[in-house]
Design a protein around this ligand. Sequence first.
Ligand code: VGL
Ligand code: ZN
Length: 195
Amino acid sequence: MQAAFDVGMHDALVIVDVQNDFLPGGALAVSEGDQVVPVINDLMRVFRRAGRPIFATRDWHPANHCSFKSQGGPWPVHCVQGTSGAEFASGLDLDDDVVIVSKDFEQDVNAYSGFERTDLAARLRDEAVERVVVVGLATDYCVLSTALSAVQEGFDAVVVEDAVRAVDVVPGDGEAALAKMRQAGVTVHAVQKVG
Ligand code: VGL
Ligand code: ZN
């Protein structure tokens, strides 16, 4: 099967927040959020085969995080450190080779981007990464922020549409986020077919 892009020696896969609370039935469920899992597993296989690194960010909030409604924020309680809701989706083929990046772990900071207050950029540079492929949840928040940060940090960025889903608080938010990413120079591929 024809791939939308080939994995090169300066690529890395960045999987954003594929955690139970963002899946159907979770505390902040993203509609069809579970559907990204098999697509991402395929991508992980391709990156492993190419010997290129895989990073998985996780939303990792303290119990009283400022983004929670109880603290005046917009969201229900979700992805609290150490809870089952914060665990990665069980169907995701994580292994010891995947670098886990915890983010948004401070009570008084709201950091949607996997680059914000983490060492992700430094770790990518350590691996000679020039291009990141960003997938996961949710298109209109953490995927958007992470892809925009990647570009700001000087990386090329690709988003695979088939491997992201949106919260869509307002219908169309996901589409608007993809447009914003394209405008910022992110390459959006509809689908990554892997053979
Ligand atoms: C996210 C809302 C709140 C995300 C995280 O991962 O996109 N969205 N916290
Ligand atoms: Zn969050």
